[in-house]
Write a protein that binds this ligand. Sequence first.
Ligand code: ATP
Ligand code: MG
Length: 549
Amino acid sequence: MSEEKSLNFIEEIIEEDLQSGKYTSILTRFPPEPNGYLHIGHAKSICLNFGLTQKYKGATNLRFDDTNPITEETEYVDSIKEDIHWLGFSWSNEYYSSDYFDQLYSFAVKLINKGLAYVDDSTSEKIAAEKGTPTEPGKENEFRNRSIEENLRLFREMKEGKYKDGEKVLRAKIDMAHINMLMRDPIMYRIKHAHHHRTGDKWCIYPLYDFAHGQSDSIEHITHSICTLEFVPHRALYDWFIDKLEIFPSRQYEFARLNMTYTVMSKRKLLTLVNEGYVAGWDDPRMPTISGFRRKGYTPSSIRTFCEKIGVAKRDNLIDISLLEFCIREELNQTANRVMAVLNPLKLIIDNYDENKTEELTTENLPNDPENTRTITFSKDLWIEKEDFMETPVKKWFRLAPGQMVRLKSAYIIKCESFKKDDNGEVTEIHATYLPESKSHHDTSHLKVKGTIHWLNARDAATAEVRLYERLFKVENPAAEEGDFKEYINPDSLKVIKNAFIEPHLQHAETGAHFQFIRNGYFCIDKDSTPGKLIFNRTVTLKEGFKAL
Ligand code: ATP
Ligand code: MG
């Protein structure tokens, strides 16, 4: 029996619109401002917008919302496209709000001609002061009743560059006493003598979000324009412009933005982390960016699964980052080949093993798949984890300790005979004996040992750098804390192990390849790796809340 998932509220609206014949197909858009890299919150919006049109056989446009000439860069445009593709989605058309500057200009002229827009010479301070408060109406000023002819001339002169930044604005003439403050004659255009990444120096007036966004939706015939809850109060204005301009009636729907624990999600804050060197770049594996997660070893499907699981809410909430970690862990548990890596090495010498012998052993790549195996080598000189030896063992210690036995994974049972320490009292070397008859898959020893540990042949192990990541912030919701969010950065979010040991064949694995380092977590090969120097990123620990042993 197939499990029927209940519809989210946007799907309900769409199904109604399709059934009633209001639309025969739907069109959504994903409208990033190219002023930063995409983060996991954007992934939520991408999965929603593209997911809906996959489900209902419509189409989704990618529209760069590039109406602000100051902050936008081509690097961001490229990274945004790469990230959407990587997540597994394709857009029908690639558009730029700046492509519509001419059209938007004539829309503005149309409103002036209808007596619904005017040029205001006031300073921004005066405009703000006249706006009123939520409980007091605003004030109509002396520019509000300029004639249509004068407004047309002034607006044209604004466009022609006759005025300096801030000298004039174009405002919609709505209602200075409106209960919704955004409807009190909102600004449509401001003067900004700035170079734009696409239109160059053609324009010195730029439309504001509220005048650009809905009109761009309408120009493209977007049926369902989905945005986050902060835009609820903007909806009245969105509808007003469309109504007065008598253009295609796109409609806006709002859902809760994704917030996640132990991170920040605003591009402005993420840019600060990059610019001030708290992280190594937008794709630093500690960043909540799509490129950061990719580099850390997350897969597109794990992120899509996460977005599916959190659903589409109508009220803001804070999602636990461990849910995202759960999604990647579950996936890698099914797919990542198991290998052995020793992160904190301690020498282990098998005293009774032939000095000149190297043995080939078989070990499985995935659990429950006995056919899928590889060969590893065994010799007298091995590496094990420091944490797997205890000089004075605690109760229920099943790993190595003086006189105690343990199984070396896919190899033999060994018994610890002695150990050496350096002048600081640090254990530097373990000596053990092995039981030849205890070889894995051929064990005739009848011995039952409780612990199995991983190991590497010190004679052929390769070295690698391993980067262990912890949460970027010390508190659950840094944006909600008092003071500067940077005060809450976790100073120990990155631990670098310069000389870990890995199985030699890993040297030939590709960037991005995923592995489970047995007992140590899931790891992938970082793009900074070079043929002589492999670098692994820890994608996620094996268990939730897992701390190093
Ligand atoms: P930020 O505040 O991080 O800069 P933004 O909303 O200004 O985000 P845009 O590039 O304008 O970023 O966003 C593109 C789309 O992604 C918008 O439709 C926006 O609603 C959506 N979006 C942005 N952040 C989130 C989030 N945290 N959760 C869900 N959707 C989001
Ligand atoms: Mg924005």
